[in-house]
Design a protein around this ligand. Structure first.
Ligand SMILES: [Zn+2]
Length: 428
């Protein structure tokens, strides 16, 4: 049986060198460690990932959606498998840990099982999901969406800045887009027993509390807002201040109202304006049409619902004071997805057994786990992020901290192997 570790290099040393080696696959000329989906550096890195899976003793194949899947056979090949994994693509200017920790950590967990002489009853699949991060097509989590059967023909018709469709991006990457709409989905008996993802926190809570592990309670819901403000165009030099219908002023009022709503949120609610567009580029015209893009996030559905109502009233009222009409449209980008209580309990028991400190935490970022939750009871384990930084070159988690996460991941998988879930998984 092959193994990842040697006599003088254990988990932390292996993780250290594997993180360094994978980070070498990056797009030159871009900041940080950039390895975006469909890029040349990403294509090359996938061979490296598959080789690492083989070195861990896994049976490797690339599925119809481009996910790399490594299988550790269990005693009963007919039993629904356990699944762990994450992603190895990055955002532009990203770091070395987001996603990568869950894939390499999954392989390290396989090694941990082997070292302890544990053979699971079920197969364990370690998955490197294709393209988790946001991309120019505006659709994240491509590989996990395909497994959950959530990709649609409309999704594949999405275009990037150069009018290339997502379908042709898949084709150029050597994948048949028609397979993504059917064959790739894990339906019926292909549903896993449970899904557990190790990930960096990407926020400051664990480090600030001096806690080693976060057990995710729920993954945030995201409501996106587009607000259009319509006033009257006038000469900026001659129209008196008390006789204007200035759309920019109404939009500025909305920015502050949205910030105030986020500041007044219960724990972990946030509200952000990400973009303002003025339809006119004239430097001497009172703005008459301004569009605002924003989002609110929380794991509290009732707060999200209340926020939509309160902001609609507040933004319209404030715009009205400036004689401006406000037209708001909301879309739910992600509903709140809760971790399975059974998975959370087993992860907590694994932490307690190892004497590892842990906290229940919500996730303010989305993950492949959101889509895997449609297939199986889902859970996530977080390890601390230095200074809470992520999606930037400064992103950092010490390998010792990751190794602790690997120990908890491995022990939770062992516990999940024999755990009976009382309820069928939630479906979208
Ligand atoms: Zn990630």
């Amino acid at each position: 049986m092959p193994g990842l570790y040697t006599a003088d290099a254990g988990a932390t040393e292996w993780l250290d060198s594997a993180l360094t080696d994978l980070a070498e696959f990056r797009s030159t000329g871009r900041p940080g460690w950039t390895r975006e989906v469909f890029s040349e550096s990403y294509r090359e890195s996938r061979h490296w990932v598959a080789d690492k899976m083989r070195a861990a003793g896994l049976q490797v194949h690339v599925d119809d959606a481009g996910n790399i899947i490594g299988r550790l056979p269990g005693r009963n090949p007919a039993a629904p498998p356990l699944v762990t994994g994450s992603h190895t693509d990055t955002v532009d200017g990203g770091g070395r840990f987001d996603g990568v920790v869950g894939v390499l950590g999954g392989l390290a967990a396989v090694e941990t099982l082997r070292e302890s002489g544990t053979v699971l009853g079920r197969d364990l699949l370690v998955v490197d999901f294709l393209g988790e991060e946001s991309n120019p097509f505006g659709l994240s989590c491509l590989g996990s969406r395909a497994l959950a059967g959530e990709l649609t023909p409309r999704d594949l018709a999405r275009t990037d800045y150069s009018d290339r469709t997502l379908a042709s991006a898949f084709e150029d990457f050597g994948l048949d887009p028609s397979d993504l709409l059917g064959r790739a989905a894990w339906t019926g008996t292909r549903r896993p027993h449970a899904y557990l993802e190790l990930h960096v926190e990407q926020g400051p809570v664990l480090e600030a509390r001096g806690t080693e592990i976060g057990i995710v309670t729920a993954i945030t819901g995201i409501e996106r807002l587009v607000a259009s403000f319509t006033g009257t165009p006038d000469h900026a030099g001659t129209r008196p201040m008390d006789d204007r219908r200035d759309a920019m002023v109404a939009a500025a009022e909305a920015v502050l109202a949205i910030r105030a709503e986020g500041c007044g949120a219960p724990e972990h609610g946030v509200a952000t304006v990400t973009r303002l567009e003025n339809a006119s580029s004239s430097p001497n015209v009172v703005p008459s049409l301004v569009r605002l893009h924003g989002e609110v996030r929380s794991v509290d559905e009732s707060w999200l619902t209340g926020t939509r109502r309160r902001l609609a009233e507040e933004i319209a009222a404030r715009a009205g004071q400036h004689g401006v009409e406000a037209d708001l449209s909301w879309t739910t980008d992600n509903a709140v997805v809760r971790s399975a209580p059974g998975v959370q309990d087993l992860a907590a028991a694994a932490c307690d057994a190892a004497g590892v400190s842990w906290l229940p935490v919500p996730s303010g970022a989305t993950h492949d786990a959101v889509h895997m939750a449609a297939l199986a009871p889902m859970g996530m384990i977080f390890v601390p992020s230095a200074n809470g930084k992520s999606h930037c070159p400064e992103e950092f988690t010490a390998t010792g901290q990751i190794a602790t996460g690997v120990r908890v991941l491995a022990d939770t998988l062992i516990r999940l192997d024999t755990h009976h879930f009382p309820h069928p998984p939630r479906t979208h």
